[in-house]
Design a protein around this ligand. Structure first.
Ligand SMILES: Cc1ncc(COP(=O)(O)O)c(C=O)c1O
Length: 466
């Protein structure tokens, strides 16, 4: 072992001890720190690779957390942050403004469809969803319909952790310990075509689109249209493993929302900024929402930022006299984050990252579909650079794993084995067990092949252990 290697190892041991003593990791079992081997410590990123404290390199198959869309190690983003911090490190947008927040608002509005021209900043996705929820409630009060306060979303969907956003999140296991959460959240079926028959549907994808959208109307009518404020939907639902919308789904949802005076919120915290090959994924599926919530890749993660982009129609009743929206966050629209976002969006334009995703997505899909020859692979689905691979015990019957098997397979083996094999991605069982992939948009066919090869080896091994 060289002196440098020894120093890194010693540093790592010291860091592990500090982490064990002080770091509370999110959505993680504390026992992985206190009883396990420690936590993977990532120290560097470059392009689509990351390195751990021991110097080992991994493919970042998840863009951090659907965030680093332009790739790691972009010096010009660091420089944009430094320039802004030197000139004006902080100023709030509470009754004041600064140039980068203004420029970025104009830029986001220019990318957004229809009349979505008003940008309300936050620092992340959950706050953007929380903002949209509160805005919808106040909007209907201003419109003289004060009883419209309920929100509809889909089963297993994740929309963030603030208690309002949690009311929209459709994962009972993430809510039960915090009950009572904000009231008014109602759930409808999601668009998992692979498991549509378990939801009581049989038919074509087109028929499924209509069926799934009609469940929203059913819920609106059941609760009473005069009580429903908004529907929150991701263009491609992340949690559960990348459910794309069936044909015609969003067109029908839009009609239903219009018919019942319900706002449609496109939660694009993951899907915006190229993940599906467009600035905003609603454009990929041909619908215009009333609000878009976005965050993550707006800055490619070089600084935190979120936004709720609102239509002129929804903004209109706020635009007069003494009316205001009494809501905000100290760090929302932070000058450094806004400056970084502008530079990041420049990179997208200069390098044609959205076009690249549109061009390469079919290759990514067909590369992953090669895994269909493995007995453990039930379904490969998704869109853009955002795919899920559902794992099953029996391909013919689509039988899934029980809780114990899932625990052994995902937590006990897969996550670590994929990581050890050099691929950072997500093995998730918030719905049925899936592996999720969302690499930086700078990747291409060579990286897709590499990812497929690693998955093939590890999934083959997983099957032999069952
Ligand atoms: C669709 C969606 N909405 C909201 C959120 C919450 O975002 P944040 O973690 O930035 O609060 C997420 C996070 O992954 C998300 O995927």
């Amino acid at each position: 072992m060289s002196t440098i290697d020894r120093t890194v190892r010693t540093d790592e041991q010291a860091l592990q001890q500090k982490a064990r003593d002080h770091l509370w990791m999110h959505f993680a079992r504390q026992s992985t720190m206190t009883e396990g081997d420690g936590v993977p410590i990532i120290v560097r990123g470059e392009g689509h690779h990351i390195w751990d404290a021991a110097g080992k390199r991994y493919i970042d198959g998840l863009s951090g957390l659907f965030v680093v869309n332009a790739g790691h190690g972009r010096r010009r983003l660091a420089e944009a942050a430094a320039r802004q911090a030197e000139q004006l490190a902080f100023f709030p947008i509470w009754s004041y403004a600064h140039p980068s927040a203004i420029e970025l608002a104009e830029r986001l509005a220019s990318y957004a469809p229809g009349d979505l021209n008003r940008v309300f900043y936050s620092t992340g996705g959950g706050e953007a969803v929380e903002t949209a929820f509160k805005l919808a409630k106040q909007y209907w009060k201003l419109m003289g319909k004060p009883t419209k306060h309920k929100v509809i979303s889909r089963a297993i969907a994740y929309h963030g952790t603030p208690q309002g956003a949690l009311a929209i999140t459709g994962l009972p296991g993430m809510k039960s310990m915090f009950e009572p959460v904000t009231p008014g959240g109602f759930r409808v079926p999601n668009t998992n075509f692979y498991r549509a028959d378990e939801m009581g549907f049989r038919g074509t994808p087109e028929e499924f689109g209509r069926w799934a959208a009609d469940r929203i109307e059913e819920m609106i009518l059941f609760e009473g249209a005069d009580t429903v404020a908004a529907v929150f939907l991701e263009p491609v639902q992340n949690s559960g493993g990348c459910f794309p919308p069936p044909p015609g789904y969003f067109q029908r949802v839009r009609e239903i929302c219009d018919r019942h005076d319900v706002l449609l919120v496109s939660d694009e915290v993951i899907c915006a900024f190229g993940r599906i090959g467009e600035w905003f994924a609603c454009d990929a599926y041909g619908y215009i929402p009333d609000m878009i919530t976005c965050a993550k890749a707006m800055t490619s993660g070089y600084s935190p930022l979120g936004a709720t982009i609102v239509s002129d129609r929804v903004h209109e009743p706020f635009a007069h006299g003494q009316t205001s929206f009494p809501h905000g966050y100290t760090f929302a629209g932070h000058p450094v984050s806004a400056a970084v976002a502008l530079e990041n969006l420049d990179i997208f334009e200069e390098e044609g990252l959205n076009e690249r995703v549109r061009e390469n997505s079919p290759i990514f899909r067909s590369t992953l579909e090669r895994l269909n020859d493995l007995p453990i692979v039930g379904d490969v689905r998704g869109d853009g650079y955002f795919f899920g691979i559902e794992l099953v015990k029996d391909k013919a019957t689509r039988e899934t794993f029980d809780d114990d098997e899932s625990e052994r397979l995902l937590r006990g083996f897969l996550s670590k084995a994929l990581y050890d094999a050099g691929l950072y991605c997500r093995a998730d069982d918030r719905g049925d067990p899936v592996i999720q992939l969302a690499p930086p948009l700078t990747t291409g066919p060579a990286e897709f092949d590499e990812i497929e090869q690693i998955l093939r080896g590890v999934l083959t091994e997983a099957w032999s252990r069952l």
